[in-house]
Design a protein around this ligand. Structure first.
Ligand SMILES: *Cc1c(COP(=O)(O)O)cnc(C)c1O
Length: 366
């Protein structure tokens, strides 16, 4: 086993997840959100499987290009971009962009003339486990106005786009978003702007310590809502990150120290923390399952912390985590379902701790 801590990614699991999603949503185009796990082998595997790619920066575009991904299947989905970044993406061959403001739309029209555009609106969906809040998306009525403007600027209007927040546990979120997207499509049809696809974003959840709804259930809700509310000629686009890669990763880590704190609580310090992979424990949003070799022993509550000298480098202090009372320094631990938003979030070298290393197992091609 390589030096601890490290993330091990199983490519076969990524492939299985992709195919399971394809079965759950057979009519949808699948666009992988690269930020969830920009691992070269994963990008190449998904490109081979026929995925499209949601890219958020020049860095992600260049990485995908270097791995042989056709820019025609990339969408620059980040609504926060500079004029120079749009121009660079356009030169690289990227022809599809998402936007949510008139300013950004005008920059796209100037620097990527004739591009295809998707307008991100803020759906009235329930909050997810790791919510975007109101950072992205215009009001649905504004989306109609902006897409009319897009046409007038000589851009090709693709359609509405929403993201219900990452790790969304309520299938109704997509029903609500799709219904709103349908109303936008209808308003555009009146103005002679046909919608060619509706992007229902990412957010598809996986099971961590708390179970998530099954993909098949989500697929059924989405398909029913699409049949009811969306124009028949419009493609469905789904943009998963977590659902394709989350369950494909395991972090192998180690206990550095165990102590009883003055407050009487047992603290377990790991060699992996908030800055080298466990960023999604911020606000204790994601409750990962942790396995040890002593799981047969008596278990009791523990606070789990990372290895750096930062007071925020605590993974769980409110979430009830049970670990063996016999756990001690040097014990290996496995943190399950850590394939998404771990290595890609780790810092360059906070406090001198290197970023999480990634090891890939399984074949890229079948
Ligand atoms: C992060 C992101 C996604 C993927 O979200 P998941 O919750 O991981 O599925 C999809 N689209 C955009 C624009 C994103 O920023």
């Amino acid at each position: 086993m390589p030096e601890s801590p490290c993330l091990v990614i199983d490519l076969q699991r990524v492939r299985d997840n992709y195919r399971a999603l394809r079965s759950a949503l057979p009519t949808a185009r699948i666009r992988f959100a690269v930020k969830a796990s920009p691992v070269p082998e994963i990008i190449r595997l998904l490109a081979d499987e026929g995925a499209e790619f949601d890219v958020a920066s020049i860095g992600e575009i260049e990485q995908c290009l270097s791995l042989g991904v056709d820019p025609a299947v990339m969408c620059y989905g980040n609504p926060i971009k500079k004029a120079t970044q749009i121009a660079t993406a356009h030169t690289a061959g990227v022809r599809r962009y998402a936007f949510d403001t008139e300013d950004d739309l005008e920059r796209i029209a100037i620097h990527a003339p004739g591009a295809e555009v998707e307008c991100r609106f803020l759906a009235s969906a329930p909050q997810s486990q790791t919510p975007f809040g109101t950072k992205f998306g215009c009001a649905p009525g504004e989306a109609v106005r902006l897409m009319v403007r897009a046409r007038d600027l000589g851009l090709r209007v693709v359609g509405p786009y929403f993201h219900v927040g990452s790790q969304q546990l309520d299938p109704a979120a997509w029903r609500i978003g799709i219904e709103q997207a349908g109303a936008i499509a209808e308003a555009l049809a009146v103005k002679d702007i046909p919608v060619s696809s509706v992007n229902i974003g990412g957010g598809l959840p996986i099971s961590y310590a708390d179970p998530a709804p099954e993909l098949a259930e989500l697929g059924a809700v989405i398909a029913a809502a699409a049949a009811r509310h969306l124009p028949e000629h419009a493609d469905l686009v789904v943009e998963p990150g977590r659902a394709l890669v989350g369950s494909a990763g395991v972090i192998h880590a180690e206990v550095v120290n165990v102590r009883m704190a003055p407050d009487g609580r047992r603290w377990v310090y790991l060699d992996v923390g908030r800055y080298n992979g466990m960023a999604e424990t911020e606000n204790e949003y994601i409750a990962y399952r942790i396995e040890t070799l002593r799981d047969g022993d008596t278990r009791d509550e523990a606070v789990i912390a990372g290895p750096t000298c930062d007071g925020d480098d605590v993974l769980y202090q409110r979430t009830r985590v049970l670990l063996p009372t016999t756990l001690r320094a040097g014990d290996p631990v496995r943190i399950l379902d850590t394939g998404a938003y771990t290595a890609s979030y780790s810092s360059v070298s906070f406090n001198g701790f290197p970023p999480l290393t990634v090891h890939v197992i399984g074949a890229e091609r079948e």
